[in-house]
Every structure is written in C-alpha cells, then in structure tokens.
Design a binder for this molecule. Structure first.
Ligand code: C2E
Ligand code: CA
Ligand code: CA
Ligand code: CA
Length: 278
C-alpha cells in the first residue's frame, strides 16, 4: 500500500510538472502569436429578439498554434493576462474588430461590435485614449462599439474604472457587464458604473428550463435590467424553447449556437444575408 501511495504521489507530481511545463511553453509561444499572424477573430451574431434582426457581433479571439492547433481562449487569455501580453493582444483585437466593423459598415452592414476587454487592459492608464484613437482611425461612431467587461475588473480599483468608463460613455461608447451573476455581483457596482447592458452568462441559460435555480437567476437578472433600465442580453442560447422563454420574459437580446456559432468574417456576412431573408 505504501509503494502504491508513493507511486500515486509521484504520478501526481509528474502531472503537475507536466502542466507547468505546458503553461510555460504556451506562455513563451504566445509571444510569437501576434507577430506570426497566428491570431484571428471570429464573430458571433447578436440578435434582437423583438425585431429578430442581427444588431451586433461579438468578436472572439482564436489562436492557431503552429503545432498544437487551436488553443481555446479560456486557456491562453489567463496566461496573457499574467505576463501582460494581453495589453498588446487586446489592442490588436480592438483594432481588427474596428477594421472589420468599418468594412461591414461600408457594405451596408452597420453592426454594433462587441469586444471583450480584460481587467488588465482596463487598468492601463491610456486605455481610454487608445480606444478613442482606434475608433477615430477607422471612422467608427463610438456608439457602435460595445465593451464587455466582467465584474471582477471593477473590484481592484472601482474609482478608476468608473472614471474611465464615464469618459468612454461621454463619447458614446457602450459598456456591458459580461458573465453577470457569476462573479462578485454587487448592486453597488451596478449603481455606480456607467453600463448599458447586462449579459446573462451561458451557465444560467444552458439549463434554463430544466433547473429551477437557473430559471430564477435568469428571471432576476432580467428584472434587475428592467428596473435599472439596462438591456439584457442572454448568451449561450441553444434552443428555440430558450429563445421563446427569454423573449417572453422580457430579455431583449440573445446570442448562441441556436442562431449561430462564432463565425469567420466571410461566413458571418453570408449568415447575415440569409438570416434576414428567411
Ligand atoms: P465570453 O465572453 O463569456 O464568451 C462566450 C463564450 O461562449 C465564447 O467562448 C463563445 O464561443 C461561447 N458560446 C457562444 N454561444 C454558445 C452556445 O450557444 N453554447 C455554448 N456552449 N457556448 C457558446 P470562447 O470563444 O471560447 O471564449 C471564451 C472566453 O474567452 C470568453 O467568454 C471571454 O471571456 C474570453 N475571450 C474570448 N475572446 C477574447 C478577447 O478578445 N479578449 C479577452 N480579454 N477575452 C476574450
Ligand atoms: Ca463576452
Ligand atoms: Ca468570460
Ligand atoms: Ca460568459
């Protein structure tokens, strides 16, 4: 039994060791991702449930690693946040999404474009200036940009976050609280932050009609949105029943595999055309 225990322990150490090696490797390879053009964006349609029109697109980052293939953002973004490379990568995301939005606007697809803004980016002293400069460079009306920020981003320095988001709001940029309800949701934040949207996290949408707790949480977020005059957008909608429920309950917008997966830009254009001609 003793040897078995030790073997188990050694196995465990080897596994942790392997994980650390893998993280180090990804962290190092991440430095090449941007200069070597290994990053690209995919776009998930955001649908207004009332008009049933595509009103926006969320830009989501993809990394094709030269030997490992597709590495999911949940895996590499935390590493990029740790070593700070998220600042440069996030700037590229902003710029690429705006470039795409400008191209679409020129093709008579004036969509809102949502990007995920990391807490690390929000902490940068020049983030407001960076965002406004990119909008100007691509001639995007600020009201067409939506920044998705998680609640944890506000925790460290609420005053500074409020100030930055207020500056952006004055210019017309919209802010959505992403993954609402999964972090340290606090009504204090919501009251102080200049936000226009709440996003119901997909974990609450997935079992919406199966799990009573999730139904109640989704209902609460929708009601909260209504009383604070914030539009609510549900993420992770996979079925017609979920769409129907959310819409009838007063949720204004949705995105999810039921409508479309995050799509490469070309596919997005085709999807956009076919969706509106159904
Ligand atoms: P998120 O912002 O909460 O994005 C929603 C995630 O749900 C995306 O995963 C999306 O592909 C996925 N999703 C959308 N519809 C459905 C559905 O119907 N069912 C299911 N099961 N999943 C759905 P993805 O693209 O893997 O991104 C994961 C997370 O990585 C994002 O979560 C976001 O936090 C982060 N992320 C992605 N791109 C960026 C970026 O450019 N910058 C930053 N800072 N974070 C990013
Ligand atoms: Ca998001
Ligand atoms: Ca997230
Ligand atoms: Ca989410």
């Amino acid at each position: 039994a003793k040897t078995a225990g030790r073997n188990h322990y050694q196995f465990y150490v080897a596994q942790v060791d392997e994980e650390i090696r893998e993280r180090k490797r990804l962290e190092k390879d991440l430095m090449r991702a941007l200069p070597d053009n290994q990053l690209h964006l995919v776009y998930q349609p955001q649908i207004n449930l009332g008009s049933r029109r595509i009103v926006g697109a969320e830009a989501l980052l993809r990394w094709t690693h030269p030997t490992l293939g597709m590495v999911p953002p949940d895996r590499f973004i935390p590493l990029a946040e740790l070593n700070g490379s998220i600042v440069e990568i996030g700037r590229w995301v902003l710029e690429e999404a705006c470039r795409q939005a400008a191209e679409w606007a020129a093709a008579e697809m004036p969509l809102h474009i949502a990007i995920n803004l990391s807490a690390v980016q929000l902490r940068q002293g020049d983030i407001v200036e960076t965002i406004l400069n990119v909008l100007k460079a691509y001639d995007i009306p600020p009201g067409r940009l939506e920044l998705e920020v998680t609640e944890t981003s506000f925790m460290e320095n609420l005053d500074s976050a409020v100030e930055k988001l207020n500056q952006l709001k004055r210019e017309g940029v919209n802010v959505a609280v992403d993954d609402f309800g999964t972090g340290y949701s606090s009504l204090t934040y919501l009251k102080r932050l200049p936000v226009q949207h709440l996003k119901i996290d997909k974990q609450f949408v997935q079992d919406l009609l199966i799990n009573d707790d999730d139904t109640r949480i989704a209902n609460t977020i929708i009601d909260l949105g209504r009383s604070l005059n914030l539009d609510v957008i549900a993420e992770g909608v996979e079925t017609e029943e979920q769409e129907f429920y959310l819409h009838s309950r007063g949720c204004q917008m949705a995105q999810g595999y039921y409508f479309a997966k995050p799509l490469p830009a070309d596919d997005f254009v085709r999807f956009y055309a076919s969706f509106h001609h159904k």
